[in-house]
Design a protein around this ligand. Structure first.
Ligand code: SF4
Length: 175
């Protein structure tokens, strides 16, 4: 039998509470089966988004849907975070990824939302300038964010007018 780990990792509820403390409107643990991937998501990035190919965290650099599916299925517990600002949703999961890793959840990996905003111009030639903070968005990896939020009973609608409510989601793959 392999030796038992010496570290005592916190229960998953700890990360739910941490996300709420950090400003999330909602946070909950879900399974990978609640996070659908689809081919069409990639096309939305490729045709219609001005950010395509401009950030290392966006397609074509980010993993395609089929690889993301494999990735998600290597986990059984995923933290879903809901915020009213994209920057907050990104920041919470990247910070918690580090915390979770150091606490012994060695597989922890964050998926944010929207294009990476760390640098004015992305360092496409030389590699990422902020590898600790830069993580691909859920949609950049082919995740159907609308279906994920709705399966969790959380709000999301297409934004039609500038003043419409905004709902942003991010994930922390934990264990
Ligand atoms: S941190 Fe900078 S270099 Fe790295 S992906 Fe984001 S914008 Fe690009």
């Amino acid at each position: 039998m392999p030796p038992a780990p010496k570290q005592k990792t916190p229960p998953l509820e700890f990360y739910v509470n941490r996300a709420r403390e950090m400003g999330a409107l909602h946070a909950m643990i879900i399974g990978p089966e609640k996070v659908p991937t689809a081919t069409w998501v990639r096309l939305k990035c490729q045709y219609g988004c001005g950010g395509y190919g401009k950030r290392l965290t966006c397609p074509p650099y980010s993993p395609p849907p089929e690889r993301t599916r494999q990735l998600l299925d290597e986990y059984r517990s995923i933290l879903l975070v809901h915020c009213d600002r994209g920057k907050a949703a990104r920041k919470i999961v990247t910070k918690l990824e580090r915390e979770a890793f150091l606490a012994g959840h060695y597989k922890a990996f964050a998926l944010g939302c929207g294009p990476c905003g760390q640098c004015r111009t992305c360092n496409l030639e030389k590699g990422c300038a902020h590898p600790r903070q830069a993580r691909p968005a859920m949609e950049a990896c082919g995740i159907d964010v609308f279906a994920t939020a709705r399966a969790a009973g959380l709000p999301i609608d297409t934004v039609v007018e500038r003043g419409d409510a905004q709902n942003h989601y991010s994930l922390l793959l934990i264990e």
